[in-house]
Design a protein around this ligand. Structure first.
Ligand code: CA
Length: 238
C-alpha cells in the first residue's frame, strides 16, 4: 500500500508542484488548502501516514493543527514535517511545545523534502521491529528501548521518535565524536547534501528536555557532538 500524505498548504503553486512530485514518488497525496479542511480530514477516516504542514494558513495556524494531531489518539503518532519560511519559529515548533518531527524552510528543494519524507516513513515502519532490547541506564537517565520511554531521575521525559533514536545512537557510541554528517546519515537516514543545522536544532531540543542530564551530550566545536564516556566523566566540551 502506498503511503498517504496529507499536504496542508495554501499556496496553490506549491500544492500543485508537491502533488505532482510526490505522486510521481508513489505517494497518495491529499491536499487541504486551509486549516478547517485539514482538521476535517484528520478527524475522519483513516489517519494519513505523514503530514506536511504549512505554518501560515488563512484560517488557523499550523502550530494549532500540529497540537491537534498530537492530542488525538488516532493521529498522535503521525509524523509531521513543517513547511515554513519563518526560521525563528523552528525551535519552538519542533520542540515539545508543538511537537513536529522535522521541518524544511521555504524555499526548499523538492528533492530534499522527498528525502526527509522517505527517512521519516522508513523510521516509522522499522521502529516497532527494532524493539525488544532491555532498559538502558546511564547515570540519571533510563531508557526503555522497547517502549521508547525515557526517564531522568525517575521523572518521565516525553521525546519524539527521532529524539529517541538520536539518544540511542549517541549512547551506543559514547565517548566518540559524532559529526553532524554522521548523525544525519545514521539518525535521519539522509545521505544528501542537506543542511546540518537540523542536527543542531534537535540536539538543542533534546538537551532542553533532558534538563541537567542534557550535559551528557557534549559539543565538540566545529565537528559535532559526543555522548560522555561515563555519566560522571569530566566534561570534555570544547
Ligand atoms: Ca501559507
Amino acid at each position: 500500500m502506498n503511503p498517504t500524505i496529507l499536504l496542508v498548504e495554501d499556496e496553490l503553486d506549491l500544492v500543485r508542484t508537491l502533488e505532482y512530485n510526490l505522486q510521481r514518488e508513489g505517494y497518495v497525496v491529499r491536499s487541504a488548502t486551509n486549516g478547517k479542511a485539514a482538521v476535517d480530514f484528520l478527524s475522519a477516516g483513516i489517519a494519513p501516514d505523514l503530514v506536511l504542514l504549512d505554518l501560515m494558513l488563512p484560517d488557523m495556524s499550523g502550530t494549532e493543527i500540529c497540537r491537534r494531531i498530537r492530542s488525538q489518539e488516532r493521529t498522535r503518532k503521525v509524523p509531521v514535517i513543517i513547511l515554513t519560511a519563518k526560521t525563528e519559529e523552528i525551535d519552538r515548533v519542533v520542540g515539545f511545545e508543538v511537537g513536529a518531527d522535522d521541518y524544511v524552510t521555504k524555499p526548499f528543494s523538492v528533492r530534499e523534502l522527498v528525502l526527509r519524507i522517505r527517512a521519516i516513513l522508513r523510521r516509522a515502519h522499522t521502529e516497532p521491529t527494532e524493539s525488544g532490547a532491555p532498559a538502558q541506564v546511564f547515570g540519571r537517565l533510563r531508557l526503555d528501548t522497547e517502549a521508547h520511554r525515557v526517564w531522568v531521575d525517575d521523572q518521565e521525559i516525553h521525546v519524539t521518535a527521532l529524539e529517541f533514536r538520536l539518544m540511542t545512537t549517541f549512547m551506543s557510541r559514547r565517548g566518540r565524536v559524532q559529526t553532524r554528517e554522521t548523525l544525519l546519515s545514521d539518525v535521519w537516514g539522509i545521505q544528501a547534501d542537506v543542511t546540518t543545522r537540523t542536527v543542531d536544532t534537535h540536539v538543542k531540543r533534546l538537551r532542553e528536555k533532558l534538563g541537567t542530564a542534557g550535559e551528557y551530550v557534549e559539543t565538540v566545536r566545529g565537528v559535532g557532538y559526543r555522548w560522555r564516556s561515563a555519566p560522571d566523566a569530566p566534561n570534555e566540551s570544547d
